[in-house]
Design a protein around this ligand. Structure first.
Ligand code: DOR
Ligand code: ZN
Ligand code: ZN
Length: 429
């Protein structure tokens, strides 16, 4: 069985291709990428016309929350992975802050096993750093690696005990997996719910200063230097995070960084009322921080765009800044926001979009993905850069409708997602 994708603008960082080409998929593998591939030379071939569209390696989201097991009213492996397929993702990495926490090899195996039947795309779990995310005892990182985790993370919080964290980083290094760092000094947060600044004072809420993030980012970079372990800073939101990653890279340290669409699109100025859909951790920051993140992505300092897809229930998010949980959904809006806010505004080329959403995540995770090279697994997204529409949260496949982007006009839509040679979006197929 063949799929022939014709007339699209093929953009692939690994091969350096950016041009109008055809892509031939045979069963689950990329068979050929060439200027003209004739349909009549193949039997049993389905032709997809990608004229006017970008043909890119399937997106990889290194940072999602699937809430399964434990909080399945918010999301499940099935609904989250389906939302991901709609968003153009062919690989997603769920964080371990589920109930129970992903903190041992058996749970990892269980998630991977369930994903095979419940998910249309690849799921690579992230293991916790400490047992139960309690910050007291390091997990069986070696065992979890053998079971298939792609990284460790304590996401949702930081491991405040630096000695314990260093120990875990050393083991992760021995296992050849990166550490994904949520940077938040919990003592410094002191009950803050939004960025510390004019808005928090005006609205009367306790603030979260940039130092909450920056202090732990600095510590983690120093520990990466000491251990030699690959460190990836999650959801960077401050200008100093960008600066520290730049300096770390100049020093040759194994450090990378990610930015989420909400952090490069919105600032505290966009928060109009006491709406829980603008509450996430780290919080929306100042316009100066937003500009630093955009420039960091442009200049290659920030490597990855990930969503931190964090679904929550409607009633939970209706409680405003004080009462709502942190987090917003992102899988179904990430590609359009990246294209609209960064590519159309001149911060990223389409090739850089591929780099941040496919190539770099694969490289950082050390997985054989994120490319359209011949012989590789056929994970492909066909993205229409001309389609204009207004984001409608009610149309989300995700169980979470918690987004500040409802009603926002964007350009760019995923037309097809192909995972291992199978069309997984549109769903009707
Ligand atoms: O906004 C967030 N939501 N930040 C986190 O670190 C955790 C996440 C969640 O699990 O809801
Ligand atoms: Zn986090
Ligand atoms: Zn997260």
């Amino acid at each position: 069985m063949y799929i022939l994708i014709k007339n699209g603008r093929v953009i692939d960082r690994a091969s350096g291709i950016d041009g109008i080409m055809d892509v031939l998929i045979r069963d689950s593998v990329i068979e050929k990428v060439a200027e003209r591939i004739e349909e009549r030379n193949y039997m049993d071939v389905r032709v997809i016309d990608a004229g006017g569209c970008f043909v890119m390696p399937g997106f990889i989201d290194m940072h999602v929350h699937l809430r399964d097991p434990g909080f399945t009213y918010k999301e499940t492996i099935a609904t989250g992975s389906k939302a991901a397929a709609k968003g153009g993702f062919t690989v997603i990495c769920p964080m371990p802050n589920t109930k129970p926490v992903t903190d041992n090899p058996e749970i990892v195996s269980e998630i991977i096993k369930r994903a095979l039947t419940e998910s249309p795309i690849t799921i690579l779990p992230v293991g916790a750093v400490t047992i139960g995310q309690q910050g007291r005892e390091v997990t069986d990182i070696k065992g979890m690696t053998e079971s298939g985790i792609c990284a460790i993370s304590e996401d949702g919080k930081s491991v405040m005990n630096s000695n314990l964290y260093r120990e875990a980083m050393k083991i992760a290094g021995e296992c050849g997996i990166p550490v994904l760092a949520h940077c938040e000094d919990i003592n410094l947060v002191a009950g803050g719910v939004m960025n510390m600044g004019d808005r928090s004072r005006q609205m009367g809420f306790r603030g979260i200063s940039n130092a909450v993030e920056d202090i732990i980012a600095a510590r983690d970079i120093l520990l990466a230097k000491e251990t030699g372990t690959a460190l990836h800073l999650c959801h960077c939101s401050t200008e100093d995070s960008v600066r520290m990653i730049k300096e770390a890279k100049e020093e040759g340290l194994p450090v990378s960084g990610e930015v989420c669409p909400h952090h490069f699109t919105l600032s505290t100025d966009d928060i109009r009322e006491n709406d829980g859909n603008y509450k996430m951790n780290p919080p929306l920051r100042s316009r100066k921080d937003v500009e630093a993140l955009r420039q960091g992505l442009r200049d290659g300092i920030m490597d990855v765009i990930s969503t931190d897809h964090a679904p929550h229930g409607r009633e939970e998010k209706a409680r405003g800044f004080e009462g709502a949980p942190f987090g917003i959904v992102g899988l179904e809006t990430a590609a359009a926001l990246t294209y609209t806010e960064l590519v159309l505004q001149g911060y990223l080329t389409p090739m850089q979009m591929v780099e941040k959403m496919s190539y770099n995540p694969a490289r950082i995770l050390g997985i054989d993905s994120g490319t359209l090279l011949e012989g590789k697994m056929a994970d492909v997204v066909i993205f229409n850069p001309e389609k204009e529409y207004v984001i409608n949260a009610e149309e989300f496949i995700s169980k979470g409708h918690n987004t500040p982007f409802h009603g926002r006009a964007v350009k760019g839509a995923v037309e097809y997602t192909i995972h291992h040679g199978k069309v997984v979006f549109p769903f009707s197929e």
